[in-house]
Write a protein that binds this ligand. Sequence first.
Ligand SMILES: *Cc1c(COP(=O)(O)O)cnc(C)c1O
Length: 410
Amino acid sequence: MKFNTKLLHGRAVKKYADGATLPQISQVSAFQYDSASEQEDVFRHKAAGFAYSRVANPTVAAFEQRINEIEGGNAAIACSSGMSAITLSLLSMLCAGDEIIAGAGLYGGTIDLLEDLTKFDIKTRYVTHMTPEEIEPQINERTRVIYGEVISNPSLEIMDIRAVADLAHAHSLPLIVDSTTATPYLANPISMGADMVVHSTTKYINGSGNSIGGVIIDSARFKWDFDRFRALDGYRKFGNLAYTIRLRTDIWENMGGCMAPFNAFLNVTGLETLGLRMERICSNAAKLAENLNRLPDIRVNHPSLPGSPGYELAKRDLAGRGGGILTFRVGSKERAYAVIDALKYAVRATSLGDTRTLVIHPLSTLYIRSTDEQRAAAGVYDDLIRVSVGIEDPEDLTEDFINAVNSTRA
Ligand SMILES: *Cc1c(COP(=O)(O)O)cnc(C)c1O
């Protein structure tokens, strides 16, 4: 089965109760049982069943099964937000004293989280580029995980997942990748060696900008050394499943980071059209990038453009598709604001992966609290505009952006 067919007819797509083609929205907190002993069996995990929606819910399970299949994982755990997924993906394997190696150009919220984790004595060492050459010298006896984004945003660099996974595994370290901006349509990080994948489902997976959510997918391939990964001590008997089981039955359940059933339903319906939307979004973004790139006085970055930082790896690993985000620099902050304000169709809003095109000035919004050093590392400049390209007709989008740029030329 190819990608779009699998989204609609894969193993994880069930015939739901009453023959429904989509899962019911089980919008309940608790599930009832006919007897106390039946309920006990469910609590003991001796019988299948649901007890309480923070722990498990049929609609959420339906979403987890679908995203797990499409990512080629062993188990997926849906979370209340992308940040919740990232937090729990790390805390499930880390203890005080452990270290993370991550890219300096990460999503701003993740950088803030890693700063928060220093209060729990979990330290991050940053590299400017997520390459084996830069990562290897940072590895020491405290390192426990390597964390990076498949397509960084807004710098739009692409991680060589195979190379970084090989390095991680040579040092007996797991690799977690945030694949939010790539989506399973562009990359299957697990097939390229990543051990866990996280997504903010808020973005392309939901796809219509109507709910916050996140998910962790575990390949269950990583061979845990339980003497080094003290957080997983006590889960030895589960072997490769230790990480999923600690998440599911402990840290995720106890921290209460569950996805709401209604949001899970929206994500199931969103996921079904992921391929179709991404095809259009990637093609729109490449066309827009090409057209904007012809203008003399702006600098465009999109992995489909030769010379852009992501070009070579997009060609090799993403079948030449550059994803849905592009950026351009217009010379000054004043002009950036003028261009943004002159746009007719592009919506001035944060987030990405919506049906409509979204535009933002990253420095004065997403990076408003960052240091100059963090901004430089993330490729955020005062004249930079970020565009999350939508599914509009490409002619209209191009016209909108060309007009906005031309009307603001000094
Ligand atoms: C938006 C985003 C997040 C955070 O997700 P939320 O759903 O907003 O919590 C994490 N990583 C990336 C790459 C994102 O774009």
